[in-house]
Structures are given as C-alpha cells and as structure tokens.
Design a protein around this ligand. Sequence first.
Ligand code: 3H9
Length: 707
Amino acid sequence: MSDYVRTEILAPVALLTIENPPVNLLSDEVWEAIDRAVAAAAADAAVGAIVLMGGGTTFVAGADIRRFARLATIDDAMMRTGWTHAMLRRLEDTPKPLVAAIHGHALGGGLELAMACHFRIATLDARLGQPEVGLGIIPGAGGTQRLPRLCGPDVALRLCTDGTPLTAERAAHAGLLDHIVAGDLRSSALGYARAKAVQARTRKTREVVLPPDVIDAGLAACAATRAGLAATARGRRAPLAAVDAIEAGLLMSFDDGSLREREIFAACVVAIESRALRHLFFAERAAARLPADVTRVGAATVRYAAVVGAGTMGSGIAMAYANAGLPVVLKDVDGAALDRAMTAIARHYESAVAKGRLESYRRDRALALITPTMDFDEFPQVDVVVEAVFEDQALKERAFAEIAAVTREDCLLASNTSTLDIDALAEASGRPAQVVGHHFFSPANVMTLLEIVRGRRTSAAVLSTSLAIARQLGKSAVIVGNGFGFVANRMLAYYLREALLLLEEGASVGQIDGAMTAFGMPVGPFALQDIAGIDVGARIRQHLAAGGRTWASGPQSRLPDQLYRMGRYGQKTNAGWYRYEPGSRHPIADPLIEQLADDAAGARGLTRGAVADDDIVARLLTALANEGARVLEERLAQRAADIDVAYCHGFGFPRARGGPMFHAHTIGLDTVLARVHDYRARFGDYWQPAPLLEQLVRESRSFYEGS
Ligand code: 3H9
C-alpha cells in the first residue's frame, strides 16, 4: 500500500488501483508507487496475476507535464526518461501476468504504461492515445517503440503525429487491446486476470519482432507521413520528430530505438515549441475559470438557443450551436435575408460532406436543429439569445429591449458586438445582470475563440453559464473587459496599422503576408482583411470618426478607405488587397495596389524602399506585444496568458509560439522594449512603450508572474 497505489489481494489476483485524482497523472511519486506495488504483488506467493487500473473516472491521463519545467537541459531529460524506460522494462519483466484494465483515458505515459503490461482490456467508452504532439513532444516512455510492435507502423504514425485518441473499438481492431469489457470493469478484470493466472503466461511487447515486409511498408509510410507533414506542420517540429523516432524503431533494435526516442524526446521537451504548447495547455484551462472576484456559482443548463440577425455572423453562430447538438432558432425581420442565410448554411454543410469532412447524418442533424423564423414565438422557451444584428448602437439597443420583452427573466442575453458598449446594451434591456457579450470570431462555426465580455452589471451566474456554453460549443473562452475592440480586435488594430505603414514604406502586400505566414500565421494581415471584409473595417472607422476617435493611435494610412470607396471589399467583391477570379479564393497580386501605395507614400513624403522580412515580422509582433501590455494595464484581459489564448484561437497565432505575449516573453521583454525605442527613433513618437512593459523590464520581471 502506498499513497498513490491501493493494493487489494483477491487471491489469486492482486488488484492495484492508481489513486492520483482527478486524472491519475504520472508524477515521479506515482511511477515509483506503481513500481513498488507491482514488485510487491509479484513477490506475493498468493498472487498469480496482477491487475493495474485507475481509480476515479479514468485510467491514466499521462505524465504530469507541470514537472517538465524541471527538465531544463537535454541531460536532465535523458536522465528522467532513462529512469522511466528502466522502470517500464521492470514492469514488463514481471514474472506474473500483468493486466492493464482501462476506463476513461489511457493517454501519453498512461498508454505507454499499459503497453508495458502483458495484456490490456478496456471499457467500450475508453479512449487510448498519444497526444504528446499537442504538447510539442513525442511519447518519451517507449511509446514510439512499443506502439508499432503492437498495432503496426501505420497506426503508430497516425497516433503519434496526429494525437487524436482511438476509441476502444478501434484500439481493439488495431491490436492495442486484447478485450473490450461490456459490464463492470473491476469484476471483468478480476475474471480475466484469474484466467491469466491459470495460464501463467506473460507477453512482452518489446520482444515482438515485426516481419521484414511490415518494416519495409512502415519505412515507406514514414516517408509518406513526412512528406504530408511538410504541407501541414506549419513549422511545428514535434510531428516530424515522432516520425523520426518511429522510423528509428523500425530500423534498430528495441534498445537502440528506445535510446533514440529518449534523445528525440529530450530535444523536444527543452525546445520553445513544447514550452509554448504546455503554456497554452494551462492557459486555456485557466481562462475557462471564473475570475477570482466572482462568487462561485453553478451554470444554468442551456438546451435551446436563439440567434437574432441572420447575417454572416448570425448564421455562423447558429451553426456553432447546431454543431454542438443544440436546437437554435435563427430570427430575422427580413424574409429574404433568412432565405439567403439558410441557403448558405445548407451549402456550407453540403460542401463539408462533399469534401469528406462531415458525415451526411451529421449534416442532416445540424440542419434539422436550425429553425429560421421571423417572429418571437419560440423566444419564451429559449435559454440564451445571441444578438447578431447590424453593428449599430441604436439598432442593437432596440433589439435588446425587444428581446428582453419576449424572453424569460432567467434567459441569458448575449450580444455578438465586436465594438459596441455592452453596458449600454445591458441598460437598454432593462435586465442588465443577464446581459453579457459573446464575441464570436469569423467564421463563427470554425474559429474556436469566444470572448465573453463582462459588463459592469453582468451577474456571476451569467458568466458561469457563458463559460459552460463555450465548453458546450467546443470554444476556448476568455473573459474580457468592456473596452473598445475588447482584447483580440483591439490588438489587431495595431497589428494592421503597422502592416499598412510597412506597405507605404515599400514592402508589398504579398511580402508582408508571406513573412507572416512563414512565421506561422494561417493568413497574413492583408489576406485577413480580404476575408473579413474591407467594408467592415471602414464602417468601424466611420463610426469612430463620428466620435472623433481612431481605432489605433498613430498615423492612419488612407489606403483601406480608398479601397472601400472603390468598392474593393475583399473576397466578397473579387477584389481587395488582392484580386480573385470569380468563384476562387486564391489571392492574385494586383499592380494597382503598388500604385496606390506609391501615391500614399508620396503624399506622406516617403520614398518606398526595400524592407526585410525579419523587420516585418518584428514590427508586427512588437506592435501586438506592446498593445497587449496596455490591454493588461487597463485590465481588459485578466492575464497575459488570456491574451495568448485569445490570439491563438481568434486569429490562428501559431500555437507552437505560445501566443503574442508568450512570444515576446521568449525573445525577451528587454528586446521588445529596445525595439519600441528603436521604432520610435526611426518612425516617430506614435511608438510609445507601454508603461507595464517598461516596468517589467526595469524590475526584470515577466508577463507571467503571479498568473
Ligand atoms: C506524456 O504523458 C509524456 C509521456 O510520453 C511520458 C514522457 C516521459 N499534466 O483537462 P481537465 C490537469 S505528456 C498536468 O480539466 P477533463 C488539468 O490542468 C501528457 N496537468 O479534465 C486540470 O487541472 P485544474 C500526455 C494535467 O476531464 C485537471 O488535470 N497526456 C494534465 O476535461 C483536470 O484536467 C495528455 O496530453 C497533464 N498531463 O479532461 C493528456 N492533464 O483542475 C492531457 C490534465 O487545476 N489531458 N491536467 O485545471 C487531457 O487531455 C485532459 O485532462 C483529459 C481529461 C482528457 C485527460
């Protein structure tokens, strides 16, 4: 008996239960406890077989990645994995049959532990996988060596490079499981182990010898996977590292392959990619919790939703609800707009089915869940309303008053506004405690960020329910303050300002976009505007100008408004910063833009010249980090990590770089500050260091202390 493993002798079976709630992570202490408990059971004359299972809701979710912060050097990581490999070898050498009985999850080190056991059984709802790639590492406890031996190189490659776990059925089919349990796992495992005790036969995965033809096919699969990843990895190293380790296992003995796995794991775990992805793992979970100053209160159950406004955003939000299996009414005053929305929604699902991304039954189910309507008849029944009408304060205030009049007192009233004042909408509803911002990102059914805008009077229950809705919809939630542009768009404005100024200084639209996609962004700043709509930005600027304000401080390029006046709205008009052939989204460089940029530069007294790609990336990222620091000062974001989550999920900032604030942290805040000073000297006083950035550098502190 130890703190982490509970032993029950139910002769002839020893039942060992791992107890490290909530997900039975493998810290050093837990590995050691398993090692000791198995050895003790093996030495017990009354025991003929041993069962290893997880206590609570899961088998083992993997290594405790908090501990990876201690692996500062490659040597540390080599030592650590050497210890784990030796321990798993000891388990595998146990002279009595050792059965892993799996329910919930067997992930990462959890699956590696199970593969070192002699037999594996699982409940039907169990999930088995090697998700390490999502943390920037490869399996480091023999996974890349034992998996191919158990289920062949193809499945091993898929599990280790993609990270998505297998269902129990698929795992059994792949050879990873020996048996699927229909009823109670504990009693089934005891029965299974009793039979194994009678047979007294063990089986070591590491001794499986793959036939030469399987090895040859495996090597070809490694090459093919590598080629495929070249197009999709977006600069991430871990998926390719996993291929290297599996390939080594096919070419070498188990021991040599294992050593290679450890070397590759060690190189990955100390690299920025893994630090960044581990940072996001915890950042996403922290962002999804209620703020410290909010009373803990349970979330209301949301079963039925309504969306008001059937434009692009409204339709996308309705799809997000339907995709999560929730019925939703889509309301608009304009019947033709509703028809157009439903046609576009149907076309979207149709194309997903045609591309093999969606099963047709899911399309049918989603479509059946969206009900178009021009009246409020269903509104007394709904639990949440998301208002997505045209971005106009007076119109939205009227909508809120109307919605409040036809919904239940406890109905959550959300606005999808991206720029307007949530508090004003809250007052207009007459039920301010029920009002909150649910700022989706376009396309709302695809982008995984939900900014939850906390108004002055938003209740704790509404925030709690909003977080639950985000979970239901599969979105990453970030609670933000009610300031113009909230967090993600506020920072985007500064990023776009610099992109426009770089264009006027001499970089081309294609060069700027290319530099940012090479950095890892899914699209560059100009392609992004063409997708979002140049008209959208122009209308926001008009609205701000009416109040004597600008979106981002500093020089304002005249170019976007010029394009707007020319009717070049982006992809929707086949022309924006790029040209598009009708029906195509492929951007084509347009010489007209260069001409306009020359004229704009001339008007500002600039001569356009060459700009280096590195300077483009540094300028745009410095703008983001500096503005991010202001967002923190103004408490629009609670933590720097929330900004990282918002940017990765809202604009596809490369996860392997951890988000704009984490990136600034990794290159050094002193470097970022020095850049701001340099830009100020070169480009003008509009470059002002955020006071928080100056303070942190002065005090040698980081964005992440105390978060
Ligand atoms: C690995 O195994 C490497 C090996 O090859 C060995 C090399 C030597 N570490 O997600 P939840 C925390 S790498 C640290 O909310 P759910 C989590 O932060 C690992 N902490 O629950 C949360 O804490 P808090 C490979 C972890 O039910 C609490 O546990 N494994 C870890 O929604 C509950 O988690 C993975 O990548 C961790 N590994 O989902 C699996 N995992 O309450 C990662 C969880 O303070 N984990 N925590 O916020 C998961 O995917 C989900 O946690 C799981 C449960 C699906 C299991």
